[in-house]
Design a protein around this ligand. Structure first.
Ligand SMILES: [Zn+2]
Length: 162
């Protein structure tokens, strides 16, 4: 399983709007992330969207990326490259980026494990963003993907077991 497909293109207006919408609806979500039973797929996505938005804020701060305008949205599997769990699109000129994370509807993991994995995707994509100004080739992309996974894993390990 590849974590993501990095794309560096300008974010379409529609994508920006849906990220706004996701955050807007997320503000009505329950205050805890523990519930998952007896909830609809829409409610699960709203709760997870709020969780990833909070994690984005925390990690953006930790990784000193506050000068970027970054949004995160949950998307269905058919909106991602096959066998990927997320992606990031950025525009270095305007310093805007959108992170896509696989929707709860397409995750096969239990609730808590799924949220942890979603946080991993957010951190992973932010590490890509830190490397945004480096030159890239087809060969370097594969190496970068591996290095980004290692760095993201180490950061999360530190954060969860300091
Ligand atoms: Zn990646």
């Amino acid at each position: 399983m590849v974590r993501c497909e990095v794309m560096f293109v300008i974010i379409p207006r529609a994508a920006r709007y849906s990220a706004f919408a996701a955050l807007f609806f997320a503000s009505f979500a329950a205050s805890t992330f523990g519930w998952s039973h007896d909830s609809t797929p829409e409610e699960r996505d709203v709760t997870a969207a709020k969780f990833v938005a909070q994690k984005l804020q925390i990690w953006q701060d930790r990784m000193d990326l506050k000068d970027w305008n970054i949004r995160v949205q949950l998307v269905r599997a058919d909106q991602l490259e096959p066998k990927t769990l997320g992606n990031i699109h950025w525009d270095t000129d305007s310093k805007t980026a959108t992170i896509a994370v696989l929707s709860t509807e397409d995750y096969k993991l239990p609730w808590k494990a799924m949220l942890d994995d979603m946080e991993f995707t957010v951190v992973h994509e932010l590490v890509h963003l830190e490397l945004a100004s480096l030159p890239r080739s087809e060969a370097s992309r594969r190496v970068e993907e591996h290095a980004v996974n290692e760095i993201a894993g180490a950061l999360l390990k530190l954060a969860r077991h300091p």
